[in-house]
Ligand binder design. Structure first.
Ligand code: FAD
Length: 290
């Protein structure tokens, strides 16, 4: 099923994200966690892609598994470190597996700065190639409520985002954020600039102190004082931090829903227990997809 068709249904959509194993030895454990998450019946599940392409085949394998469990799936695909030939092969492999949804990403710039000749510069270039090679695919793109770290200004970032959508993105998913007003403000600015596709709000449940440090380093997101206080108070107690992180993410979701936002993407990170705990907090508010 195409995600854009699902998003057109008038109901709350909760999607979930998983990541593929790095090595074959980890495959079974990841596969088991992914299957557990499919049992929660999210609107769709997406599987990430290693920037260097190291786990590319596993992304397709896991995405296929998700689909076979009856949940629409989306394979992430990054382009910056790949040749046009590799990407064409990858798109063919996604198409061949029957996966109808692709999240078209640039990926982070490689640390050594080396890029393939005649490769890709931006995710928009990849969107054009997916449109050409797999025109029936539903295409998603990433966006950054607090602006992408490489972007000069928020205005410039939205200008390039608009180009990406016009190239063929059917919907967008945001980077994680911990203050919902950041998302409301971003959505307003997108709509003013005529970007009208669905924008899934990306919620990351932070359940350990280390995870918060890593997430902030990677995303550059602002951590509100309210959440900093939680980490200061509970960060050294794993059980308390896990529970506080689940409650914080649940409250973010409830606030989004209360403000009329119906499409939410949960960065579940291969943790069915955390996904389940959040859904328990949404009992009576969200119902599993058929
Ligand atoms: P782009 O859309 O290309 O934007 C990157 C920067 O380039 C922005 O500053 C933008 O303003 C600028 N830009 C865009 N077009 C132009 C142009 N024409 N001229 C000049 N500047 C331009 N990474 C992974 O490795 N694997 C994953 O699976 C993965 N999944 C992700 C899922 C989500 C929902 C998100 C939000 C991020 C994900 N990432 C993933 C991280 C992502 O790859 C990085 O944030 C990367 O640095 C940017 O990718 P992008 O697709 O947003 O890039």
């Amino acid at each position: 099923m195409k995600i854009i068709d699902r998003l057109k249904e008038d109901r709350i959509h909760l999607s979930m994200e998983v990541f593929p194993p790095k090595t074959e030895t980890k495959f079974e454990a990841v596969e088991a966690a992914v299957k557990e998450i499919t049992k929660l019946h999210p609107a769709f599940m997406s599987c990430t892609y290693g920037a260097g392409g190291g786990t590319s085949q596993y992304t397709v394998d896991i995405s296929k598994e998700i689909m076979e469990c009856g949940v629409p799936s989306m394979a992430h695909l990054t382009c910056i470190s790949s040749t046009r030939e590799t990407i064409a092969h990858q798109i063919e492999s996604i198409k061949g597996a029957g996966i109808e949804n692709i999240l078209a990403l640039r990926g982070d710039l490689p640390a050594d700065g080396k890029l393939p000749e005649d490769g890709y510069k931006h995710a928009t270039d990849l969107v054009y190639d997916i449109k050409r090679l797999y025109p029936e695919a539903c295409i998603g793109g990433a966006c950054y409520p607090e602006k992408h770290p490489d972007a000069g200004t928020k205005e410039e970032d939205i200008r390039f985002l608009k180009e990406k959508v016009e190239a063929g993105c059917d919907f967008l998913t945001t980077q994680m954020f911990f203050d919902n007003s950041v998302y409301y403000n971003f959505l307003y600015r997108l709509r003013v600039q005529g970007v009208n596709v669905p924008v899934l709000a990306g919620i990351m449940p932070i359940t350990t102190k280390q995870q918060m440090r890593r997430s902030v380093e990677l995303s550059g997101c602002i951590i509100p004082a309210r959440f900093k206080a939680i980490v200061d108070m509970f960060g050294d107690s794993p059980e308390a931090m896990k529970q506080a992180g689940i409650v914080y993410a649940s409250e973010q979701i409830i606030d989004l829903l209360a403000n009329g936002i119906k499409n939410i993407h949960l960065y579940t990170m291969n943790k069915p227990d955390i996904a389940q705990a959040i859904l328990d907090n949404l009992k009576g508010i969200w119902t599993p997809e058929e």
